[in-house]
Structure formats: C-alpha cells, structure tokens
Design a protein around this ligand. Structure first.
Ligand SMILES: Cc1cc2nc3c(=O)[nH]c(=O)nc-3n(C[C@H](O)[C@H](O)[C@H](O)COP(=O)(O)OP(=O)(O)OC[C@H]3O[C@@H](n4cnc5c(N)ncnc54)[C@H](O)[C@@H]3O)c2cc1C
Length: 431
C-alpha cells in the first residue's frame, strides 16, 4: 500500500482527521517501523497488538507476557459447574505471531517514560515510540484479615482463571452432600461486576444435580449489584431463591454481609454482625490496577487515569492504559470493554504515527451471564465520549438489559449467544 493510500485507510479505519497543530510524532511521519511495546497479553493487550498490525503493518509490535498461554476469566465460571474444562478456555499466542506480533515471555517490572523503555524482570529493555499497558487487576491483600496470597492457594479467589479455578471446582466436587459454599463478593469497582452472582448460579447448577441439599451463600459489602433483578428472578426460577429451601442466599451490606476476617483453620468468616462457617470458601478480594501500573507511576488512587479519546495516560504521555487497570468510567471492567478500548487506542496510536488526529471514539460492551443450562441474561450498551467532561456515556436507547418478561426460549437463546460471543471475542483478540 502506498503511503498516501495507507493514510486514507487509517483515516477511514479510525475516523481520524489530519492534525493541524503540533503532532506527537512529527519525526515518524511516513517513516518506517515505529515501535509499540505492549505490556500484558490479555484482552486489551492482544486486541491492541493485532489491530495495530492490521491498521499499519509497518509498525513493529512487541508483546510482553509472562504466561505461555492466556486462560480467559470470561467463561471460567462454567468450569465450576463442570460445563467446560480449563483447557477449553486456554489459548496460545500463535495467532498473534501470524499477524507479525513478537511475543516475549517475561514479566515487565517497570516502564521508564523518560527513556521510553519497557524493562523486564529478565533484565531486557525494549525501546518504544508508544507503549500499551493492559495488566488487569491486582488485589488489596490487606482488606480481609487473615487472607493473603498464600492462603488463597487453598481458599481460592479464582478471580484469575487457571490453577485456582480448578482447585475451587475440586473443592465443590468433594464437599459433602448438604455442604455449604460461601462466596465473598468484592466492593465496587472490580472486574466483571456480574461475575460473583453468575458464579453462585454456576455452582448451584452443579449442586442441583449432584448435591441437592447444598447451600451457596453470598456475603456482599454492597447493597446492590449488576443485573440484580434478573439474577434474583433467575435464582428464584432455577434454585428457589426467596423460599425456605433456596439453594442460594445473598446477604448485602445492610444485613451485615461485609466480611472483615477469616480463620482458615476453622473455615470461619467474621462478618460485621455474625460469624459464618463453610465447607468451601471463595473470597474475591477488593481490587486495584495491576502491580506494574503502580511501579510505573501510572496510577492516581487505585486506577490509571486516561484521556478517553485515546486511552493515553494522564500521567505519562506515550503510554496508553487499557482495560481493567484504567479508569474508564462509565464503562465496566469487562473483557468486551477492554477489547473495544484497545481498538480505540490502536487507531489513535496509528493516527498519531501518521500525522493525523484521533477520531471521535465510540465503544461497545455486552456482558452475558449464564445462570442455568438454558437460562442466560445480558446487559449491553454502546458508548460515546462526552468530550467536555471526558466521561464515557452510554448512548440512550443503544442497549439495555434482557427483558424481565423474556420467554424460556429467549433465555435459552441467550446461552447460545453467550457462547458465540465468547468464540468471537477470542478470535477477534488473538485469532
Ligand atoms: C469469573 C470471571 C468471569 C468473567 N466473565 C466475563 C464476561 O462474561 N464478559 C466480559 O466481558 N468480561 C468478563 N470478565 C472480565 C474480563 O475477564 C476482564 O475484564 C478482562 O480480562 C480485562 O482485560 P485486561 O486486558 O484488562 O486484563 P486481562 O485479560 O486480565 O489480562 C492481563 C494480562 O496482563 C498480564 N500481566 C500482568 N502484569 C504483567 C506484567 N507486569 N508484565 C507483563 N504482563 C503482565 C497478565 O498475565 C494477563 O495475561 C470475567 C472475569 C472473571 C474473573
């Protein structure tokens, strides 16, 4: 493609217009091979890597990720019900390599914005013209007394899909009939707002068939949660929620659901008003941006402030922070949100390399939750940026929740849509 045609292509792809003022990368205009280094091979990182290469194949894209394969958190609750295996949600990086992305198996210790270098634990330094950071979340380990990374090996959070997801599944399988599972939900904001409530349903789905007297209790420091009406309705229909024999029980903040401490030796949780004991405990701790964001001075409080036009850090120019680690209000911390943000950031980076200004971004998010074999619910929205406030607002009438009065057939169809969404997203980010 000639330079002229490539510029036209990028303008169309990104909605960008020619810059009239000072360009971020005037020296790179029409130059070959600007370098982008990507930190984290999850949803945001992979999508950005692939789309940078698709938008402008001259760009030299290097992705640094410590794990050999990506295990997706989305759909990992289905491993808990036994509906799928951990292998079915684990994907290698061969697809990205075919797009010409260089994969480096290492962990980034720090990003040096002065020298414009990404430094790894292995001692390598990767210079960049633009850096994309999508490291996901880290936990606030000091929030619940007695709970830390070591205890989490046996009392799993399973909020990063992988070994702990399998541990939790095994614990549920080996729990006695009539046993009790407690899920400790985190405070807002956290990754996947409907996740703990879908998890309760997925565990109940397994118990309904194999341990019908089991109980699943959610202890929650909040008084409301995502898709609450739809969850309560689904739990009622499938697991008797709200009746004496309900398999699922939810205790919110007003009822004393905030957990303050755990004694792992007796499997006892100390909540605000009373103590709870269980056979299986799943604590999902409060969250903040991934460690490398703190090490690289990209945070303000718990999350990374960004200009939502480009997802460029408000703290260090040339570094774009995406996904769960960013403060992308009012988008939720979800895979689809990270995927959408990555495309906006990739288009903005390519525009800048080519002497163009970024176009007006739009974003999309859909979040499915599977409550039973034939019962799915969802929330969807299309978003635009309010440039005055730099807040991402959902466009009125663009999405919404699954209807409360949906037919059984519609609920069943949403399960099919959820599985199809999963396949499409994985393909879009790394296929
Ligand atoms: C149980 C559960 C269910 C979910 N279900 C859904 C769903 O149905 N729909 C949905 O949209 N979202 C869902 N999510 C949320 C979704 O998984 C996240 O929002 C999404 O993965 C965020 O993408 P990300 O790129 O920010 O981070 P991640 O996908 O978590 O990727 C971060 C990557 O960065 C790497 N990394 C971290 N630190 C470093 C470092 N220092 N150097 C190099 N690499 C590093 C990590 O190893 C990881 O591979 C779910 C989450 C959970 C926990």
């Amino acid at each position: 493609m000639s330079d002229f045609n490539r510029r036209d292509f990028i303008r169309i792809a990104s909605g960008a217009t020619l810059a009239t003022g000072v360009l971020g990368f005037p020296g790179l205009l029409l130059a070959a091979g600007p370098k982008v280094v990507i930190v984290g091979g999850g949803v945001g990182g992979c999508t950005a890597a692939k789309y940078l290469r698709k938008l402008d194949p001259r760009i030299d894209v290097t992705l640094v990720e410590p794990k050999a394969a990506y295990t997706s958190c989305f759909m990992s609750n289905e491993v808990l019900s036994g509906d799928r295996t951990i292998e079915s949600i684990t994907f290698d990086y061969e697809g990205l390599k075919r797009h010409g992305v260089k994969i480096i198996s290492d962990r980034v210790s720090v990003i040096d914005p002065e020298k414009k270098q990404v430094v790894t634990d292995g001692g390598e330094r990767f210079p960049y013209d633009a850096c994309v950071v999508s490291p996901g979340v880290d936990f606030k380990w000091d929030a619940i007394e007695g709970y830390d990374a070591e205890v989490a090996e046996t009392i799993p959070h399973a909020w990063f899909a992988g070994k702990q997801t399998v541990t939790l599944r095994k614990q549920i399988e080996s729990m006695p009939e009539g046993g009790k599972v407690i899920i400790v939900a985190p405070p807002n904001p956290f990754k996947c707002p409907p996740g703990p409530y879908e998890r309760a349903a997925q565990i109940a789905m397994y118990c309904k068939h194999h341990k019908p007297k089991a109980k699943i209790l959610i202890l929650d420091p909040k008084d409301a949660f995502s898709k609450q009406g739809l969850f309560r309705q689904g739990w009622s229909k499938l697991y008797g929620f709200g009746t004496e024999n309900s398999m699922i029980e939810w205790v919110g903040a007003a009822g004393g659901g905030k957990v303050e401490a755990i004694d792992p030796s007796t499997m006892t949780l100390q909540a605000e008003i009373e103590e709870f004991q269980a056979d299986v405990i799943n604590i999902i701790p409060p969250q903040k941006a991934g460690k490398v964001a703190f090490a690289s001075d990209l945070v303000d409080g718990d999350w990374c402030p960004v200009d939502k036009m480009t997802f460029e850090s408000k703290r260090h120019p040339g570094i774009h922070v995406l996904g769960d680690a960013s403060n992308a209000a009012k988008m939720p911390k979800s895979a689809y949100a990270a995927n959408s943000q990555a495309k906006v950031a990739a288009a903005a980076i390519v525009a800048r390399f080519n002497g163009l200004e970024p176009g007006d971004p739009t974003f999309v998010n859909t979040c499915y939750s599977i409550l039973g074999e034939e019962h799915g619910i969802s929330v969807a929205a299309v978003y635009r940026l309010d440039k005055e406030t730099n807040v991402i607002e959902s466009i009125k009438g663009s999405g919404g929740l699954s209807p409360m009065d949906a037919s059984d057939e519609q609920r069943k169809r949403e399960v099919t849509y959820a599985h199809s969404w999963f396949k499409n997203l994985i393909h879009d980010m790394m296929g």
